[in-house]
Write a protein of this length. Sequence first.
Length: 151
Amino acid sequence: MEKQIKKTVSSIRTAYGCFWLIPILLIIYGECGGSLVGLYADNIRISYYVETLSILTTAVCVPVSLKLFAWILARKIDKAGIADALKLYVTWSIVRLILLAIPVGIGGTTYYLTLSSTGTLCAAIALTASLFCLPGEERLRRELHIENNLE
């Protein structure tokens, strides 16, 4: 069982690392003079729509990602056997990161398309929310109510 726990934590850490690649790649693309940078900076109407999309996406995805995981943890994962619980934990942790990646991607794209700080703020909110999802063995054991047999 210890091997499965370590494999689960490793999978979640890998997904978390991939999640942080999104803003890094967006920044590299934008700062290296990507072809879309500032494309709609002078178009007020498109800027408004893109910023509104960014704000609404962040307002929906961040709370849903955090609350949905807690709800699934209480309703499904806690009631499953340990092997199934570990699989469900990985799956729903990745779903949570995908839900947070949506506003990060849209916010970063909004910033570079419109050169408006609204997109940066939305991406920063989602990135900050991802800090509540830091993977670790201790956290996994606590959330799945697994006793540490090494003590």
